[in-house]
Design a protein around this ligand. Structure first.
Ligand code: NAD
Length: 280
C-alpha cells in the first residue's frame, strides 16, 4: 500500500547570487527558512488534488514529513512525488476514509515508521448536491460517510497516539456552507456543520491532553470540486465576495500550516473562516 520512498531534504541554497533564481524558488526558500513544521509527521487526507494537495505541498515546504492519503492511487503517487521533489520526506497511502481498516493500516504503518503522529488534516470531502425534495438517501449517505464519518474515523484512529504523546493537532475541513447553509446542499451543509461539532467537542476532550483541534471553513475555492457547478453559479459566488475572486487552494493551505504549527499554540476549538469576507 505504501507508494513513496524517503529522501533527505537538500541543503538550503542561501549563497546564490541575487536574481539567479525564479520567484518560485525564492518562495520555496522563504518557506524553508520558516520551517514551522520541521520534522513533524503530518497526515493529510484527500491529498491527491485541490486543497489537500496544496496543503501537502505547503507542509512539505515547511519541513514536514508528509503522509499523503487519498482513495485515488495515481493521485497519491503524484502527491508524494511532488512533496519529494520539494526536498521533503513523503509517504503516500491509498486510503478511503470510509474504510476504517484502511485508515488503521495507514496509521499503524506511520507509527511503525516514525513512532509518532503530530498532525492530522481531515481534508477529504465530496459533494452530491440536490434540493431537499429531490435528494436521494444514497446522495445523503455518500456525503455523510466521507465528510462526517470519515473525519470521525480518522480522528479516532490517531487520537490515542496523540494523547500518549501529550501533543498533537487535528484540523478539520468545514465550510462556510456548514455555518450558513446553502441551496441544494442539505447533506453537505449537515456534514460540515457536524464537523464544527466534532471540532468543539474534541477541543474540550483532547485539549487537556495537549492536543489542539480546530476547523477551517473555506468560502469558494478554485478546485476540481467546483467542476460540476455551472459557470453562472460560480459567477454568482464570485460576486458575493468582497475580494472579488475565488480563493486559490494555497490560500487555504496557508491557514492549515499556521494552525498545524506551534505559532497557533493557543488556538483550540476555533473555526477559522477563510472566505474573502463573503459572509460579513
Ligand atoms: P477536491 O474534490 O478537489 O479534492 C478532494 C480530494 O478528496 C480528492 O483528491 C478525492 O479523491 C479525495 N477523496 C474524496 N473522497 C475520499 C475518500 N472517501 N477517501 C479518501 N479521499 C477521498 O476538493 P477540494 O475542493 O480540494 O476540497 C477539500 C476539502 O475542502 C473538502 O472537505 C471540501 O468539502 C472542503 N471545502 C472546499 C471548498 C471549495 O470551494 N473547494 C470550500 C469549502 C470547503
Amino acid at each position: 500500500m505504501r507508494l513513496e520512498s524517503l529522501q533527505p531534504r537538500p541543503f538550503l541554497r542561501l549563497l546564490d547570487a541575487p536574481g539567479s533564481r525564479s520567484d518560485q524558488d525564492q518562495d520555496h526558500d522563504h518557506d524553508a527558512l520558516n520551517m514551522r513544521l520541521k520534522d513533524k509527521i503530518c497526515i493529510v487526507t484527500g491529498a491527491a488534488q485541490g486543497i489537500g494537495l496544496a496543503t501537502a505541498l505547503k507542509f512539505a515546504r515547511e519541513g514536514a514529513i508528509v503522509v499523503a492519503c487519498d482513495r485515488r492511487r495515481e493521485g497519491v503517487d503524484e502527491a508524494a512525488a511532488a512533496c519529494h521533489a520539494l526536498g521533503a520526506r513523503a509517504l503516500g497511502f491509498v486510503v478511503d476514509v470510509t474504510d476504517r481498516s484502511q485508515i488503521d493500516a495507514m496509521v499503524a504503518s506511520v507509527r511503525a515508521e516514525f513512532g509518532r503522529i503530530d498532525v492530522l488534516v481531515n481534508n477529504a470531502g465530496i459533494t452530491k448536491d440536490a434540493r431537499l425534495l429531490k435528494m436521494t438517501e444514497q446522495q445523503f449517505d455518500a456525503v455523510i460517510d466521507v465528510n462526517l464519518r470519515g473525519v470521525f474515523h480518522c480522528a479516532q484512529a490517531v487520537a490515542d497516539t496523540m494523547v500518549v504523546q501529550g501533543a498533537g493537532v487535528i484540523l478539520n475541513a468545514s465550510s462556510v456552507v456548514g455555518i450558513y447553509g446553502n441551496f441544494g446542499q442539505t447533506n453537505y451543509a449537515a456534514s460540515k456543520f457536524g464537523v464544527i461539532g466534532f471540532t468543539k467537542t474534541w477541543a474540550r476532550e483532547l485539549g487537556p491532553k495537549g492536543v489542539r483541534v480546530n476547523a477551517v471553513a473555506p468560502g469558494f475555492v478554485q478546485t476540481p470540486i467546483l467542476d460540476t457547478m455551472p459557470e453562472r453559479v460560480i459567477e454568482q459566488m464570485r460576486a458575493k465576495v468582497p475580494l472579488g475572486r475565488l480563493a486559490q487552494p494555497e490560500e487555504i493551505a496557508n491557514v492549515y500550516a499556521f494552525l498545524a504549527s506551534d505559532e497557533a499554540s493557543y488556538v483550540n476549538g476555533a473555526v477559522i473562516e477563510v472566505g474573502g469576507g463573503m459572509t460579513v
